[in-house]
Write a protein that binds this ligand. Structure first.
Ligand SMILES: Nc1nc2c(c(=O)[nH]1)N[C@H]1C(S)=C(S)[C@@H](COP(=O)(O)O)O[C@H]1N2
Ligand SMILES: [Mo]
Length: 426
């Protein structure tokens, strides 16, 4: 880089100079910045991208050819993806390249429970039926749904199989089965009020249009609280892989409950086990409501596995935090393997069951170390370490340890003296 390593004081000096105005160029340059002159480091002149009507630069915006991050097939919970028949069950988000809190739809993770089968639904003919323990069973077309009052909310979805392991090399492999999008739709409670829910209703079951039908029963209280029937995702119709034209959002609950290609909701008075069930067998609605929730979780996305720091000096550590229990209240970062913890800064206002981007200023001394993040949500729930999880399950913490159930453990990234970042579990 050529520039002299920057320490925190230099950075503060620089920002003070910027804030004061008119003194630019007097203070020390920021990271990698060099004194500008006409002969040296002037911006190069670039060729023009040739757009024509057919190209996706005009009709449907493409990203730059220099931006190349993509989703990858993800081995989730020991299940191969793609499997022996070439079917892909799980595709992971490239979190290492993420900025902000929105996962672009084309990079949002995808999980299907039976291979890559997706129904191709014509929205004009699509119907959502709500029946069971209601006064008036109703059927809604997409047009009907769009006439009703809408909500737009930022929410994450995470697959219960999203887990770190020693074998995982980067944050896409350790944490990629999660994404956060801006969802638009109608609150399920709005639809249920139209139908009139009977007093005996305790659970509801949702069904998708493809071969595999729906997940386990969900408590009716959740339906009346914040469930959404979503037709919009990041400012456009929900993508086919994410449930076009309609999907159920069950904020904070494990991914499997967010039924895609939603066509039917039945209100019932008892717990039903579905074909799609993955062990959600709590038959007490209150226990279930807590058990289906994603725990408080955070991960550093920069610097993270397989990245490399070019040299000692200033870096902003950046990462994501989320919880099924509500909004994130606190994120702490350690740069010395967990001895000291510093409060991270939020980028924007934390929202309920949504990604919160955090940052932490760090002056790396160029020595080998380990960096970690941990979070606490609005319920006061704190993210555990792997050793704490092993203790909780009464298992020895050794090379064979695999987190049972959901894995929201603290993820360490190891930084070598040459700046190479690797998985701290390996
Ligand atoms: N109809 C239907 N809905 C489904 C699934 C499915 O296979 N079919 N997969 C579930 C699982 S396991 C997860 S984790 C989430 C993933 O949502 P996404 O693919 O939009 O990220 O959808 C859930 N909804
Ligand atoms: Mo999933």
């Amino acid at each position: 880089m050529g520039s002299k390593p920057l320490n925190r004081r230099d950075l503060l000096k620089t920002s003070a100079a910027v804030a004061g105005g008119l003194s630019l160029g007097v203070a020390a340059p920021a990271i990698g910045g060099q004194q500008a002159s006409e002969s040296h480091h002037a911006p190069p002149s670039w060729p023009m991208i040739k757009g024509d009507k057919e190209s996706n630069m005009v009709a449907y915006g493409d990203r730059s050819k220099y931006v190349t991050s993509v989703r990858i097939a993800h081995p989730v919970g020991g299940r191969p993806s793609p499997d022996q028949f070439g079917l892909t069950f799980h595709i992971a988000t490239p979190l290492q390249d993420s900025v902000g809190v929105i996962t672009p739809s084309s990079l949002h993770y995808v999980a299907t429970t039976r291979g890559a089968f997706m129904p191709e639904i014509n929205p004009k003919e699509h119907r959502l039926m709500i029946h069971g323990l209601v006064d008036r069973p109703l059927t809604f077309t997409m047009e009907d749904l769009k006439r009703l009052p809408s909500v737009t909310r930022l929410h994450f979805i995470e697959c219960a199989g999203n887990r770190s392991s020693r074998a995982a090399k980067n944050v896409q492999q350790t944490h990629g089965m999660v994404g956060c999008a801006e969802w638009t739709g109608v609150l399920l409670s709005t639809l249920l009020k139209e139908c009139g829910v009977k007093g005996s209703a305790k659970w509801f079951v949702a069904e998708g249009a493809e071969e595999v039908k729906g997940a386990s029963s969900m408590p009716i209280a959740k339906a009346m609280d914040d469930c959404m029937v979503a037709y919009g995702m990041n400012g456009e119709p929900v993508r086919p892989q994410n449930g076009f034209p309609l999907r159920l959002m069950v904020p904070g609950f494990e991914g499997i409950f967010h039924t895609k290609w939603l066509q039917r909701i039945k209100i019932v008075d008892q717990y039903y086990v579905n074909y799609n069930d993955f062990g959600h067998l709590d038959q007490d609605a209150k226990v279930a409501a807590l058990d289906y929730q994603i725990g408080p979780k955070s991960v550093i996305t920069f610097p993270s596995g397989e990245q490399r720091l070019p040299g000692k000096g200033f870096y902003e550590i950046s990462g994501l935090a989320w919880s099924g229990g509500g909004a994130i209240r606190l994120v702490e970062v350690s740069t010395d393997g967990g001895k000291k913890w510093n409060k991270a800064e939020f980028k924007g206002t934390p929202q309920r069951m949504a990604f919160t981007r955090f940052g932490c200023q760090w002056n790396w001394d160029g020595k080998e170390t380990e960096i970690l993040s941990r979070c606490t949500d609005e319920l006061g729930q704190a993210q555990p370490t792997r050793t704490q999880i092993a203790k909780y399950w009464n298992q020895p913490y050794d090379e064979t340890f695999r987190v049972p159930g959901l894995d929201n453990s603290v993820q360490p990234w190891h930084i070598a003296g040459d700046g190479k970042v690797t998985n701290g579990f390996a």
